[in-house]
Design a protein around this ligand. Structure first.
Ligand SMILES: Cc1cc2nc3c(=O)[nH]c(=O)nc-3n(C[C@H](O)[C@H](O)[C@H](O)COP(=O)(O)OP(=O)(O)OC[C@H]3O[C@@H](n4cnc5c(N)ncnc54)[C@H](O)[C@@H]3O)c2cc1C
Length: 564
């Protein structure tokens, strides 16, 4: 048994920021199913928002304007007190990362450069070319190494131990030996990222299977607003690798088969820089009405930006387009289509990252604080990981450790035995159905019936299909019986959580009879504040999620019509 004061699960930006904030004050260990530098945070391209006012167009920017844009962008579902924390603390957070060594791109006079992003009134997105996540994650990881942070890499957390409403630790499976162990701690923080891979066309890393959200759900913790799934407008046709919104921030244009800049019909003023839900819907409509190419994609035009600017500001985008689509944005059009990108919902937390279970916290994409409401603005997620990673660390540092009950060794021992038996039974299954068959069917159903456009009949069919797949999962077989690096077993474990999360997404979407942000019901195309200005909470029952609601916190901004 490993014993710590605090266990942080997740080596992305949220996990590292939390761990760094309490290392030295508490005995902390970080667990991650991949090496921290392989976390999805590394793939973030376009940037991180903070009202620094570093460009002439942004001189009058303020954290209050940032907060308003975020609340409006989220279609008024965000909790406004949490948004205020996010935006007020953004400048100090970006400067802190700069002081820790993050090499941001610069203005001619040497300040941190900022580019326009969707739904933002000013250029407010700080960036390091189009590799922002890469430089931020390396900055934090180097700092963690200098501080001697204990990291257990390639350990898959498979269950959360909770006794009488208080967390006791986690149980995890090391890839190398398969010898399942207990990590006892009175405090556990989940920073386990999103679930993008329950969809077929996703920009997310293959590891983004939503494990942490699913484990919390299976442990009885409420999950909030999971029906709000973000589809990014521009993913590369064929591979769905992300083409950052920064490409449109730099001036890129979207054009249909007739060469028309069609976004003027969907967002007259902001056009390509409207929030993502609006641009993605505009693109999906163009494609379904026959204005796309091969019924599947449209074009992003960057050619007018010129070779020098593309090479300086968007070097990785150019490489991706050349390597994965065989086109050079300097002289060619880039084929793009919308794809799943981000999870607005997640583990229900308050504005300090606390959950319904004592000692159990969540931060980053797996958490729903909620700062993004029904639709996240680009550049606000990296910010959320850092700000709320820090908020959780501060909360932990100010709370005396003896306020949390000591983990109960005999309880943990029996939890370990139960988990060993469960995983052994899974390994011994001789069913004929392969996990990949179920997983691919799930992805197809979610993409086709719980995607950008939704309606009652599609969602009902999706719910039936997901439930049928859950029954099929009971007969999943595992051919590889080894204990060492058994990725078939790992995939089977992850798939169970993916099925649960899909069921919550679909049930929430079916229940919510309105359109708000990323959730668009063709049979209820209007937002309905009288009935639906509330968060969805999903709680686990053996029959499926039981849905409930939670008030939205409104401080300064009463809901208005959302036009761009
Ligand atoms: C391609 C792409 C580009 C993006 N670009 C931007 C951008 O420019 N700006 C922006 O604001 N946002 C961007 N985002 C969103 C943003 O990058 C993510 O929301 C954010 O980085 C998530 O960070 P995180 O720390 O919450 O989780 P992640 O970085 O996803 O890390 C999750 C961690 O949890 C661990 N983990 C998960 N499950 C388990 C388990 N069962 N056991 C042990 N460990 C586990 C993983 O190993 C990993 O270390 C982008 C997202 C994508 C996909």
């Amino acid at each position: 048994m490993y014993q710590y004061d605090v266990i942080v699960v997740g080596g992305g930006l949220a996990g590292l920021m939390t761990a760094l904030g309490i290392a030295g004050r508490r005995r902390v260990a970080l667990l991650s199913k991949v090496h921290p530098l392989r976390s999805h945070s590394l793939a973030a391209q376009g940037g991180i928002n903070a009202a620094l006012g570093n460009t002439p167009d942004g001189a009058n920017d303020s954290w209050e304007k940032h907060a308003f844009d975020t609340i409006k962008g989220g279609d008024y579902l965000a909790d406004q007190d949490a948004v205020e924390t996010l935006c007020r603390r953004a400048p100090e957070t970006v400067y802190e990362l700069e002081h820790w060594g993050a090499p941001f791109s610069r203005t001619p006079d040497g300040r941190i450069a900022q580019r326009p992003f969707g739904g933002a009134g000013h250029p407010r997105t700080c960036y390091a070319a189009d590799r922002t996540g890469h430089v931020l994650l390396h900055t934090l990881y180097e700092r963690a190494q200098r501080q001697g942070l204990i990291v257990h890499s390639e350990w898959l957390v498979t269950s959360l131990a909770i006794k009488e409403g208080a967390v006791q630790g986690v149980i995890a499976l090391p890839y190398e030996t398969g010898a399942v162990s207990v990590f006892a701690a009175p405090i556990v923080v989940f920073a386990t990222g999103g679930y993008g891979r329950v969809y077929r066309n996703s920009t997310n890393a293959l590891i983004n299977t939503g494990d942490g959200i699913a484990l919390a759900y299976q442990s009885g913790i409420p999950i909030k607003d999971l029906e709000f799934v973000q589809f990014h407008p521009t993913t590369l046709f064929g591979s769905n690798i992300l083409i950052t919104e920064g490409a449109r921030g730099e001036g890129g244009r979207l054009i249909n088969r007739h060469g028309e800049r069609f976004m003027r019909r969907y967002a007259e003023k902001l056009m390509e820089l409207a929030p993502r839900d609006i641009v993605a819907r505009g693109m999906a409509t163009e494609i379904s009405e026959g204005h796309g190419h091969d019924g599947a994609y449209l074009h992003l035009d960057l050619r007018h930006l010129g070779a020098a600017r593309i090479k300086q500001r968007l070097p990785a985008i150019r490489e991706i387009a050349m390597d994965f689509a065989g086109v050079d944005p300097v002289k060619d059009l880039v084929p793009v289509q919308p794809g799943q990108h981000y999870s607005m919902g997640g583990i229900d937390t308050n504005s300090c990252g606390e959950t319904a279970v004592r000692g159990f916290y969540a931060a980053g994409e797996c958490a729903c604080v909620s700062v993004h409401g029904a639709n996240r603005l680009g550049g606000n997620s990296l910010l959320e990981t850092l700000v709320f990673g820090k908020v959780v660390a501060e909360r932990l540092a100010e709370t005396a450790i003896d306020r949390f009950p000591e983990p109960d060794a005999s309880f943990l021992d029996s939890a370990l035995q139960r988990e060993k038996t469960r995983l052994q039974n899974l390994l011994e299954r001789s069913g004929k159905i392969l996990f990949a068959v179920i997983r691919d069917e799930l992805r197809n159903v979610m993409t086709e019936k719980a995607g950008i456009y939704r309606d009652e009949s599609g969602l009902k069919a999706a719910l039936d299909a997901v439930r049928a797949l859950k029954r099929k999962y009971e007969n999943v077989g595992i051919r590889n019986k080894s204990s060492f690096f058994n990725f078939e077993l790992i995939n089977v474990i992850e798939l169970q959580g993916m099925l649960d999360l899909s069921e919550i997404i679909v049930a929430g979407a079916l229940n919510r009879q309105e359109s708000r942000g990323s959730h668009f019901r063709t049979d209820y195309p209007k937002r309905d504040d009288a009935k639906w200005l509330k968060h969805t909470l999903a709680r686990h029952t053996p029959e499926g999620p039981r849905l409930d609601f939670k008030e939205v916190t409104i401080t300064r901004h009463a809901p208005q019509e959302r036009t761009y």
